[in-house]
Design a protein around this ligand. Structure first.
Ligand code: NAP
Length: 300
């Protein structure tokens, strides 16, 4: 028998707060990163009641945590407890990463960065000047649409079944964000399954699904109709990673499109959180090795 001596009084404490958290794969990523980086740290999932966020945050601070990730349903509510919000958090209105430094809670949002890194790495394509369609208008859609605008996408069309939510994001990009944007990105919207939406899906360069349609266990669901032809052969990126091939990605692949799931985004947003907490830059060789292993692990 060998004693497990990995955790001791100097172990850096990190983790995830969300509800539910039963299916999270983030501990696999972060705990492997601690090992590969030769760092004494641990990452654990935590599930506060939805009305106990304040108590949970105060507890993590009092217990000396270095930082934590935040997921559904706390990504907006966490803003109330931050001492400092990064520029991305201020622009996006949500945070997925909190760094506790000198007793202060500093909020970051690494979802947009994670998506852009993964997209570039996995497709070899730069988003600048591209016509990008974002399916969905929830928290992830907002984070990605704003990041796409900041990164210089030429045009962004947000398609959602509840169109007013898409309109609100487009208006934010076209009006409130206009002063921040270096390029002349324009955002527009369409109602899901409308003629305008069909036209966009046939003409745009990149389609990003941010809806939860198709996610386990609802694998028969898709955010678009089966008769969409993807005439311009767009890159289709689905932020869902479970299952590894959603109905949307299967559909896109059958039409000859490059189809990529959200495992890479999950990896890079987590990697960035780790770097923020630990104040390190993970070496490229570790990133490459771990990315390959992590993508294999998530192929189900
Ligand atoms: P959210 O705020 O609840 O938004 C969900 C969106 O999906 C809404 O626009 C909703 O439309 C739409 N939707 C839900 N079911 C649908 C259906 N059956 N058909 C068409 N549209 C549907 O959720 P979120 O926080 O943005 O998360 C969305 C997805 O992103 C989740 O699957 C999450 O796991 C994934 N995600 C992945 C990563 C990653 O690293 N890969 C990171 C963050 C999130 P309505 O507005 O009409 O209700």
């Amino acid at each position: 028998m060998e004693l497990d001596k990995r955790v001791n009084g100097t172990t850096k404490l990190t983790g995830l707060i969300g509800n539910p958290v039963e299916h999270t794969v983030s501990p696999v990523l972060h705990n492997t990163l601690f090992t590969m980086m030769g760092m004494n740290g641990i990452y654990i999932p935590m599930k506060p009641d939805t009305d106990s966020l304040g108590n949970a945050v105060a507890g993590l601070k009092a217990a000396g945590f270095t930082g934590f990730n935040v997921t559904i349903p706390f990504k907006e509510a966490i803003l109330e407890y931050l001492d400092v919000a990064s520029e991305e958090v201020r622009l996006l209105g949500t945070a997925n990463t909190v760094h506790i430094k000198d007793g202060r809670l500093i909020g970051h949002n690494t979802d947009g960065d994670g998506f852009i890194h993964a997209f570039r790495k996995q497709t070899g394509t730069d988003i600048r000047g591209k016509k990008v369609c974002v399916l969905g208008a929830g928290g992830t859609a907002r984070a990605l649409a704003v990041k796409l605008a900041i990164e210089g996408a030429g045009r962004i069309c947000i398609i959602n079944r509840t169109k007013p939510k898409a309109d609100e994001i487009a208006e934010y990009i076209n009006c409130s964000l206009a002063g921040v944007l270096k390029s002349g990105t324009h955002a527009c919207t369409a109602a899901a399954d409308s003629d305008e939406a069909r036209c966009v899906l046939d003409r745009y360069d990149v389609i990003v699904n941010t809806t939860s349609a198709g996610m386990h266990p609802h694998t028969d669901s898709s955010p678009i109709k089966d008769d969409i032809r993807f005439l311009s052969r767009p890159i289709v990126y689905d932020v869902i990673y479970n299952p590894s091939e959603t109905r949307l990605l299967r559909h896109a692949r059958s039409k000859g499109c490059v189809a990529v799931n959200g495992a890479g985004m999950l990896f890079f947003q987590g990697l960035r959180s780790f770097e923020i907490w630990m104040g390190v830059c993970v070496p490229e060789k570790i990133v490459e090795d771990l990315l390959t292993e992590f993508l294999n692990y998530l192929t189900v």
